[in-house]
Design a protein around this ligand. Structure first.
Ligand SMILES: [Ca+2]
Ligand SMILES: [Ca+2]
Ligand SMILES: [Ca+2]
Length: 257
């Protein structure tokens, strides 16, 4: 049996007045969608990316002609440049100076600290942190000898930043004869190589950890150990001792391929 719900009778005129009132009051309200700022003035965009909420602020990477692509922070009232990490400029001619990019990426918050990768010409692309007051380099993973500006500084290019508890896991190039992208972590005190999954032999020394995903106190990712191709691995929280290729745990018929 179908149950019918009867609406209370409303005179047509009062319904129309209510609709008109709603429409007019809605049109009188300021739009809730608006542009916060014109960071890169004029018709060229600032292309904000990596929007990340941390401790009451919205942090992101954006481009301006004056600074290049750098880290910015919005506190709900104003937008501020956190730091011009790559403070060099390139003269592109005609008297126009274009700022060089530090290209902050992989923004990841842990306990009120924002971690990210950024490039500067003194130490290359390395791991950085921002504590709400100061942005500073966490470590020079692919070491450079000094802080002199270089045309080709050694970069570890941290990527795949992923939080596991109070620790930050990521892939980075530790350097050497060839590039050597392996799994690294930062525990709040020091950066350490979790494991050299791909032996440093042959034409490729990297395991290229990708897709880092924290699950049940463990970081899962794919990596290439040079013998089995890209397979599923896990690591943590005690580091190398627990790191293992998951396929090796399974009977041959169930191995992840
Ligand atoms: Ca810059
Ligand atoms: Ca370096
Ligand atoms: Ca290696």
């Amino acid at each position: 049996m179908t149950r019918k719900i009867r609406l209370p009778f409303l005179p047509l005129a009062s319904v129309l007045l209510a609709v008109i009132g709603t429409v007019s009051s809605a049109s009188a309200q300021p739009s809730t969608i608006r542009r916060i700022a014109d960071l890169n003035p004029g018709d060229a965009g600032s292309f904000p990316t990596n929007l990340t909420i941390l401790a009451g602020s919205l942090d992101f990477s954006a481009y301006t002609l004056d600074t290049g692509r750098e880290l910015w922070s919005y506190n709900g009232t104003s937008i501020n440049l956190v730091s011009n990490i790559n403070d060099t400029v390139v003269d592109i001619g005609f008297g126009v100076l274009e700022g060089n990019d530090s290209s902050p990426a992989g923004l990841t918050g842990i306990n009120g600290i924002l971690y990210f990768s950024a490039f500067d010409p003194r130490r290359g692309g390395e791991l950085w942190r921002y504590d709400g007051a100061v942005a500073s380099r966490v470590a020079d993973i692919n070491p450079d000898a000094n802080d002199i500006i270089k045309t080709n500084a050694n970069s570890s290019w941290p990527n795949e930043l992923s939080r596991l508890g109070n620790e930050l896991y990521f892939s980075a190039n530790g350097g050497g004869i060839l590039e050597n992208y392996e799994l690294w972590k930062y525990d709040g005190v020091s950066t350490v190589l979790v494991s050299n999954i791909h032996p440093n032999i042959g034409a490729n020394h990297s395991s290229f950890p990708k897709g880092l995903t924290a699950f049940n106190g463990t970081v899962y990712f794919m990596a290439d150990d040079g013998a089995n191709g890209f397979e599923l691995w896990k690591a943590g929280p005690t580091g190398a001792a627990q790191e293992q290729r998951l396929g090796a745990l399974l009977p041959q018929a169930f191995r992840l391929r």
